[in-house]
Write a protein that binds this ligand. Structure first.
Ligand code: ZN
Length: 281
């Protein structure tokens, strides 16, 4: 099942790739809010699986918003692939990865234009994003998929000067400039993927591939992240979890490389879809 935000309204994407408006198709039983649906995710899934849906309407990818546009919490894991920890000059984490937030105002839909912070070093990080569907508190890894509504493609765009300045890193600010958290193109429920624990992810700048790995290489898988994070705090319906990026970011290159005016960044995950960001100076 693919759940989308089309022009700010909750929609299901049908087999033809067209959008079925949920509020209208459900006779008002579910609201048009793409964020509110997570508060009644279990009832929504049951309805969506059995409902007789009307024909969908075509839409443009630019009309898509984030599938979770206003989460109460955004959690992001750092150093969650061994090759990226290594290129960043850190040991691979044990127990817990470093966890930070991307402030919610940085979230956008999948196809956007992003303004480069002046004088910054703006970098790319393709990541699998999980959205919570059922509150998780002290859940085991075995139970964790049952708390995940679905998966999307994310970009953890990062301005490295802000991120790394001062006596301790500023992850939250360096990764929260406007447009720095595109998510999409929609949410795919775990049962809609052949193996939600092992998906190819990649990104390319102007057609040149710069990152490519598989989520099977995550040090802490989605279920392990949900288990370990929920041992500390409650993960709430609609919360967004960035799971970390593999090697190939600009910071880890020699020479280092940053996004520039006119660059187009395309980020893909197998079975989910793609994001497309154009950068302007
Ligand atoms: Zn990241």
């Amino acid at each position: 099942m693919r759940v989308a935000n089309v022009s700010g309204r909750l929609a299901l994407i049908d087999d033809q790739g067209a959008a079925v408006d949920v509020e209208r198709a459900s006779g008002g039983r579910f609201s048009s809010s793409p964020q509110a649906v997570y508060d009644e995710w279990t009832r929504f899934r049951a309805w969506a699986e059995s409902a007789e849906l009307p024909p969908g309407e075509p839409f443009d990818a630019r009309d898509l918003g984030a599938p979770a546009p206003a989460p109460r919490q955004v959690l992001a894991a750092g150093l969650n692939y061994r090759d990226h920890a290594s290129e960043s000059g850190f040991d691979a984490p044990e127990g817990l990865p470093p966890v930070f937030t991307k402030f919610a105002s940085s979230i956008t839909g999948p196809v956007t234009e992003v303004r480069l912070p002046e004088g910054g070093h703006t970098d790319w990080e393709v990541e699998l994003v999980a959205v919570i569907g059922v509150e998780a508190r002290d859940v085991s890894a075995d139970e964790a998929w049952g708390h995940v509504a679905g998966l999307a493609v994310g970009q953890d765009i990062s301005e490295r000067i802000t991120q790394l300045q001062g006596p301790a890193p500023q992850f939250g600010l360096g990764k929260s400039f406007p447009g720095f958290a595109p998510i999409g193109p929609w949410l795919v429920t775990p049962d809609g993927l052949a193996d939600p624990d092992d998906l190819e992810l990649s990104c390319a700048i102007n057609g040149e591939q710069v990152q490519k790995s598989r989520t099977g290489n995550l040090i802490f898988s989605v279920p392990q992240l949900v288990a370990r994070l929920s041992a500390v705090l409650s993960l709430l319906p609609g919360d967004v979890l960035f799971t970390g990026t593999p090697a190939g970011v600009g910071l880890g290159r020699d020479p280092q490389r940053w996004l520039a005016d006119g660059d187009e960044l395309v980020s893909r995950i197998e079975g989910i879809g793609e994001l497309r960001q154009t950068f302007v100076g």
